[in-house]
Design a protein around this ligand. Structure first.
Ligand code: S3P
Length: 429
């Protein structure tokens, strides 16, 4: 994809359904009794991988243009997979599915693409093993491919060293199959879609917050069954983030992004935009299926640098590439700290973001847990996405304000989370 600088992005857009919520609808619908009807499902490669895995375990999932219907078979209705479970590029599929598989009376193997098979899985293998699960890394390197065989699961309390919704959700899902209560405490609250949605499906699940620290705990008790639901997936704030950034940094722009999920465990980018001086407003706020939703109006603004650190990090972890782009054209310095988790995403995003910013002429320094960005002018460059969808989209936005042309290499990887990204973009021209 080749892009150049523009002005005047104007109009109204919607973004596809939330990736995290879409995965969970398929998973919970598959192990629930009855039918789950999903509207605004994200048909991105990651969520399609989740559908593929559950079909391989005998779940009938029907797709039309507007609705996905999952014919769930109950907590104990999955069949042994007819094949190795192909999780593609999707960390969420791998980690949440492993929690479910740990409680099944059959063997399974999971494997993904090169990036996925190099991401850390010890973070789930360790707590699952403590619960009594039999899970191993086939190549003994702490990564997928994973092999899971039947084990009798016990409820545990797990003090997680990382604020990760994938780790938390994996343990809670295994907890559905354990012999007692399972709880997870994380250093600060990560996205809570699992807790919100499992409750809607009828699970006995509770959340609490420590009063004196940022720690958060979620606890689940085994139940007899979950029950199918009708769900409308909110627009993905992680996808909206690209248009929020574009609206703020492209001169003479005004963009309304409709129906975006603004769950507080996901909405850190909104606060950062405000802190940077962005003109951003939430309209028409409402709650649907336990999730907060709003329309987001952004207008071109003079941004300035800020510091992003501490417990806001898990609420914007996937948005850091595009936040870094905003920082690169803001006045002054932006410091991003406490974000070492960036190193274990689809790529090492401390490296991919800082390498790409440098290629565009930005004064940026990578650190152990983030980066320091001095704002200025960007120039066009060739961006090596390394097949990371968020790098492709973040630097497509950078291209809009850079001097000269920018080439996004392997831009097709946007299909992982936002197959229609470039089409939505055209609506604003
Ligand atoms: C996700 C959790 C986050 C996020 C990922 C989706 C989820 O990962 O980066 O894109 O759906 O639970 P971690 O749990 O590894 O932080």
């Amino acid at each position: 994809m080749e892009l150049c600088s523009i002005t005047g992005l104007r109009g109204k857009v919607t973004v596809p359904g939330d990736k995290s919520v879409s995965h969970r609808c398929i998973m919970f619908g598959s192990i629930a009794k009855g039918t789950t009807e999903i509207h605004n499902f994200l048909k991105g490669a990651d969520c399609l991988a989740t559908i593929r895995c559950f079909r391989t375990m005998g779940i009938d999932i029907k797709e039309t243009d507007d609705v996905i219907t999952v014919h769930g078979k109950g907590l104990h209705g999955l069949h042994a997979p007819s094949d190795i479970l192909d999780v593609g590029n999707s960390g969420t599929t791998t980690r949440l599915l492993s929690g479910i598989l740990a409680g099944q009376p059959f063997e399974s193997k999971l494997s993904g693409d090169e990036s996925l098979n190099s991401r850390p899985m010890k973070r789930i293998m360790e707590p699952l093993t403590r619960m009594g699960a039999n899970i191993s890394s086939i190549l003994r390197n702490g990564c997928a491919p994973l092999y899971i065989s039947p084990g009798k699961l016990h409820g545990i309390h797990y003090d997680s060293p990382v604020a990760s919704a994938q780790v938390k959700s994996c343990i809670l899902l295994a907890g559905l199959y354990a012999d007692g209560e399972t709880s997870v405490t994380e250093p600060s609250l990560s996205r809570n879609h699992t807790e919100l949605m499992l409750r809607e499906f009828g699970a006995d699940i509770r959340s609490s917050h420590a009063l004196d620290t940022t720690k958060a705990t979620a606890a689940i008790s085994p139940c007899k069954e979950l029950y199918g639901q009708k769900i409308t997936v909110p627009g993905d704030i992680s996808s909206a983030a690209y248009f929020i950034a574009a609206g703020l940094i492209v001169p003479d722009s005004e963009i309304l992004i409709e129906n975006v999920g603004i769950n507080p465990t996901r909405a850190g980018i909104l606060k950062v935009c405000e802190d940077m001086g962005g003109d951003i407003a939430l309209l028409n706020e409402r709650t649907e299926g336990g999730e907060k939703i709003a329309d987001i109006l952004v207008r071109t603004s003079r941004l300035h640098g800020t510091t992003i650190e501490g417990d806001i990090i898990p609420t914007l972890i996937d948005e850091i590439p595009v936040i870094a782009v905003m920082a690169a054209v803001a006045e002054g310095t932006t410091v991003i700290k406490d974000a070492a988790e960036l190193k274990v995403k689809e790529t090492d995003r401390i490296e991919t973001v800082t390498d790409s910013l440098r290629a565009m002429g930005c004064d940026v320094t990578p650190t152990e847990d983030g980066m320091i960005i001095n704002g200025g002018r960007l120039k066009g460059a060739s961006i090596h996405t390394l097949l990371d969808h968020r790098i492709a989209m973040a630097f497509s936005i950078a291209a809009l304000v850079a001097k000269g042309n920018t080439k996004i290499l392997d831009s097709k990887c946007v299909e992982v989370s936002y197959p229609t990204f470039y089409d939505t973009f055209e609506q604003l021209l």
